[in-house]
Ligand binder design. Sequence first.
Ligand code: SAH
Length: 346
Amino acid sequence: MTPLEALIRQEILANGPMTVARYMELCLMHPEHGYYVIRDPLGAAGDFITAPEVSQMFGEMIGVWVSLVWERMGKADFNLVELGPGRGTLMADALRVLGKAGASPEVWFVEASPSLRAEQAKRVRGAKWAARFEDVPAGPAIYLANEFFDALPTRQFLRAEDAWRERVIGLDKDGLIWGLSPPTDDRSGEVGAWREVSPLADDLVGQIAKRLTVAPGAGLFIDYGYTTDDRPDGPTLQAVRKHAYSDPLQHPGQSDLTWLLDFDALSGVFASKGCSSRVAEQGWFLAQMGIGNRAEALAKEAPDRSELIADALERLTAPDQMGTLFKVLGAVSPGLALPPGLEPAE
Ligand code: SAH
C-alpha cells in the first residue's frame, strides 16, 4: 500500500466514500505525496511525454500564434501567463520566437508543485510565480495552458436507473472500490449517460474569460479532449503509469490521472462573456502555424537529426497520434479579431 493510500483509507473511514475530485486532488497535489509534487513525471524517463517535450517546434508554433495576437493588440506591453507549465519548455521555446518578433512580455507561471517550479526556473529567466491564478496581476495578457485543465480534479456523475448519482470511491476488505452516491433529485437525461464536471476548471476558465473582458488579450488552451463531433459515451478519467494505461484506483499518487476536456463547454464560457473563440484539432492548428516549414528548416540545419525531426512532426500532427485527439481552443477579448490559425470557421 502506498503511504497516500493509507491516508485515503483513513479519510474514507472517517468521512465516508470520497468524490473522484477529492481523490484526484489527493493523488496529484497532496503536499507530501502528490504525483506532481514529488516528481517530474514529464518526458522520456518519466511516465508520459507531453507535446512541448516531444519537440521544440511545439512551443515555437505557440510563440507564432502569440505574436500574431500581440500584433492585433497593437503591440502593447502584456503579461504572458502559463498555467501548469511543467518543465517550462513550452515557454522557453515560445519566448525565442517572440523575441525575434520584438515582443518581450512579462512571464507569469501558475504552478503548485515546488519541484516543477525549480525546473521552470532553470529554463525561463526572470519569470514570476503564483500559486493561484487569482494572484497573477490583471492587465493586457495572453493566457496559455497545455495539458493543464485535464489534470484538475473532476467530479463524475452517472444517470443510474433511478436518477443521477455521483461516482465515489469507497473501501472493501481488499482496498479501494468504485461506488455510487445515493440518488439525487435529478431524473433528466438517458439512463447510462455520464457527466463530468470540474468545479476548479470551470472556475478558472470563467476567471480567464472575465479578465479578457476587462483588458485586451487572448487565451490558448491545448488539451486532450472532445467536441460534440467526437464525444465519448463513457466516463473519461484515466490513469497512466510508465507510459501505459493503468487502473486509477491502483498505486494512488504514483500514476498520472487525467480526464478528457469538453471543448464545446469551454467555448461556451468564452461566448457567454462576448469573447470569440474557435476549437481546432492540434495537427491542423500546428500546420497553420507553419510547423511543416519549421521542420524542414531544422532538418536542413542539422541533417543528422532529420529523422528525429520527422518523427516528432508525425507525433505532434498525425491523426493517429496527437493530431486529432488533442484540441486547441483560442479565445480573444471582445472586439479583437481571432488571428490566423484559429480564425472562425467558414
Ligand atoms: N504544461 C506542461 C505540464 C503538464 S502536467 C507540459 O505540457 O509539459 C500539469 C501541470 O499542471 C504540472 O506542471 C502540474 O504541477 C500543474 N498543476 C496541476 N494542478 C495544478 C493546480 N491546481 N494549480 C497549479 N498547477 C497545477
